[in-house]
Structure formats: C-alpha cells, structure tokens
Ligand binder design. Sequence first.
Ligand SMILES: Cc1cc2ncn([C@H]3O[C@H](COP(=O)(O)O)[C@@H](O)[C@H]3O)c2cc1C
Ligand SMILES: O=C(O)c1cccnc1
Length: 371
Amino acid sequence: MSQTPISSLRGITRGFSMSIEQIQERLALVQPLDKEAMQQAAQHQQQLTKPAGSLGRLEEIAIRLAGIQGTSLPHIQQKSVIVMAGDHGVTREGVSAYPAEVTPQMVLNFLAGGAAINALARQAQAEVVIVDIGVAAPLAHPQLISRKVALGSANMAERPALTREQLFEAIQVGFEVLDATAEKGCHLIAIGEMGIGNTTAASAISAALLRQPVDALTGHGTGINTEQRQHKVRVLERALELNQPDPNDALDVLAKVGGLEIAGLTGVIIAAAARRIPVLIDGFISGSAALAACALNPAIRNYLFAGHTSVEPGHRLILEHLQLQPLLNLNMRLGEGTGAVLAMHILEAALHTHNEMATFAQAGVSEKEEE
Ligand SMILES: Cc1cc2ncn([C@H]3O[C@H](COP(=O)(O)O)[C@@H](O)[C@H]3O)c2cc1C
Ligand SMILES: O=C(O)c1cccnc1
C-alpha cells in the first residue's frame, strides 16, 4: 500500500487550504497500535482455561482491540452505525436496477425504523445515526442529521462527480459526525450507506486505486442482469477514460469518480482511527471508502475490521489488498451497514471470552503437559 504524498494533496487543493489542513491534521493523528497492550493481551489469552489458540480468530480480535484501545482488557459498551446517504448523477446512465427516488424513500424508512439496518441494529443494541450528505430531494426529520453538500453528485460519465470543495466538505462532514458520536461515548463504529447507483461509484474508485480493469470488479449491484452489467462496465470505462483519476491520489479518485456518502464515510474512518475507535467495514461501497482512507494513511488499516464479504466481486479484491479477513460470509449484498452490524456480535464475543474467562490458576485447571 502506498501513501498519498502530502505534496499531491496540496496539488489539488489550491484555494481550499482550510479543508486540506484539517484533513492532513486528522491523518497525522493516526497512531500505530499499542504493542505493549497487545503483548499483555496475548499473555492473558495464554492463561485462560482453554487449549492455547483454540478460540482462533476470536483471540486475534481481542488482541487487536487491545492494541487499538491501548489496554490489555479492552471493552465495548456503546456502539453506533453511521449510515450516510447520497445520490449519484451516474444513475441517469441506467446502471442500477432501481430508480434514484429509492434513496430518499429508504432514508425515511431508516428514520421510521423499518429497514434491515434498523432490525439488525436493534438486535445488536447499536445506535443508528442517519446522515443526509447529498440526497437529491428535500428531507427533514428530527432524527436526521441534515448535512447536504449537494443534491447528489454529477454524472461521472460526463464530468467529475464532485468538485474539490464538495469533496472536502463531505470529508469534513464525516469528521464532524464521528466527533459528535464519539463525544457521546462510543467504543465501536460500523459504517453503512444508502445511494442508488453507488456500486458504480465503488467500482470506479476501486478500479482506479487497485489498478484493475472494471470488468474484474463490477457486479450486479441491486440486481441488474448480465446485459445491463455489460452496459455498466462500458459506462465505467467511459467515466474513467474521461476523468483520468490519478491512482496515486485517493482524493483525486474520490472527487472524480466517487460520491458524497463514500467521501463522508472516508472522513468517518479517518476520524475514528485518529481517536483509536475500531471501525467495522460493511460491503463493497463502504469498502471503497476504507480503500481510499488507507491510501491516504496506511496506518488506518489496523483500526479496521471487515464485517463480511459481499457478493460484489470488487469487495474481495479490496479486502485482499487491505489484508483484512472478513468475519462473516453470508452471501449478503445489501449495504446500509448490515454486514458490519451483524459482525458486532463477533467482536463482542471476542471480548466476553477475553475478559470473563477464568485463568488456569483461578479455576484450578491443569495446564498443558511439558513436551
Ligand atoms: C430498496 C433498497 C434498499 C437498499 N438498501 C441498500 N441498498 C443498496 O443498493 C444501492 C446500490 O446498488 P446499485 O448500485 O445497484 O444501485 C445502495 O443504495 C446500497 O446501499 C438498497 C437498494 C434498494 C433498492
Ligand atoms: O456490497 C454491498 O455493500 C452492496 C452490494 C450491492 C448493493 N448494495 C450494497
């Protein structure tokens, strides 16, 4: 993974020095994991009443959470899922199985508590934070965080999806939403999104940053058929050819072929890592935000957990690149943060065993025989 040089960040930000400084500041706050806490947590695992290593990846999760929180006995109490919603001009090219008006309709459904993410968040006892960062329709609700940067992105098949100002504003919204969530107390964040057409944006971002042909990572999204997928690939090829996003510059990629909710989630991820809060990534779209965040600072990767692996083929390529092993594989392709919130149970299970099990000494259980 290569880090975007700060000089290249400056290159694209003439005139917006406030925002770029804020982004650089946050990126610079991300610290390596606490090695000492991880060593102590690993030793603690060795003393628990089980054959060494027998809790498999649960042990690795507890140890990494120790490194993230900087304590040998990490804990998760308050959890939130931040769902960002935005529209995509590229839907005018006919790249989705559903019409764009589903975006605002689903935001209202989230606010009424009737979507899959609401059901799963209730089960996981996670707070649901809904942000309108760029839905192309007026929306108002007491529980909605209204931070519209624009009425959707522009059509990337015709021009850059976002202006530099819109990109920086969207990342800034991500910082602010994460800050407000963290200040209420939060030990684990899941990220989710809603935006008809956003698998097209995620495909373009990952094709550019992973330097892969779009055909290798473009999927069927909400359910387009084989012929429609071929059309989506052609639209993507046209958008990449026209915009020429710089693969060494994740901000350039996010502006030219990204989207407001994806840029906002990139901001959430950066700000969470800077505050040592673990982040559960959901599917392909939130994965593309993680890919961009890690391109800006590779140290962010250590704060991320992959909730699940999506059916979208590009998601697997992102996770391989970030060297993140998904916790679940349930053939899901929904988004909204659903796979991430489901995996909260696994992270909590890792800490229940880590923090609650008796040691061999406490329980009077005999340890392994000498070899
Ligand atoms: C009813 C409904 C609920 C959703 N919840 C998430 N998505 C998901 O599907 C969209 C991306 O797929 P595409 O790129 O093919 O449009 C996003 O909004 C994503 O979150 C939904 C889609 C629909 C139709
Ligand atoms: O991978 C995802 O998160 C996904 C896939 C299809 C549609 N919406 C989301």
